[in-house]
Design a protein around this ligand. Sequence first.
Ligand code: PNS
Length: 168
Amino acid sequence: MKKAVYPGSFDPVTYGHIDIIRRAAEIFDELTISVLDNKAKTPLFSVEERVKILKEATKDIPNVRVESFSGLLINYAAENDFHISVRGLRAITDFEYELQIAQTNNKLSGGKLDTIFLTARLEYTYISSSSVKEIASFGGDVSECVPDFVADMLYEKYNQKSRGESNE
Ligand code: PNS
């Protein structure tokens, strides 16, 4: 069985990610989306929320699983017998960053982890989780960037923040 992992922050998942997920799920028998639990960063959505959002956004794709990981990707990959990591590329700037990470992971894993890149569809190249958050924080329209339920969760998060409620 050919399986792969698609690691990322997914804070939150966008239509760009979902397109990569759909296409990778066609290529591999099983695709595991894994949300990085990075204690050094303060994401908008908790890991649990991001996993839940991803599960909902991909519920119609049968060969997709969603989980989380912490620490180095190569260690998580070795523990779970993943030899291929999937990443999406929107632009040359992504490639410069991703090339370095892919080469580092390949080197550190002793050649056991390879990275496969799928290029973002043109209509999604401008979308990033960061810009989606910024637009939503000002009440802007993110309907072309994320599923409606994610947009609602974004507006709710920023409403909570403006009311001074907890981020969790
Ligand atoms: O969605 P992102 O934030 O671009 O995803 C980046 C991610 C999670 C794939 C990358 O930061 C990662 O794998 N982090 C785990 C730590 C690690 O293994 N770093 C690579 C060595 S440089």
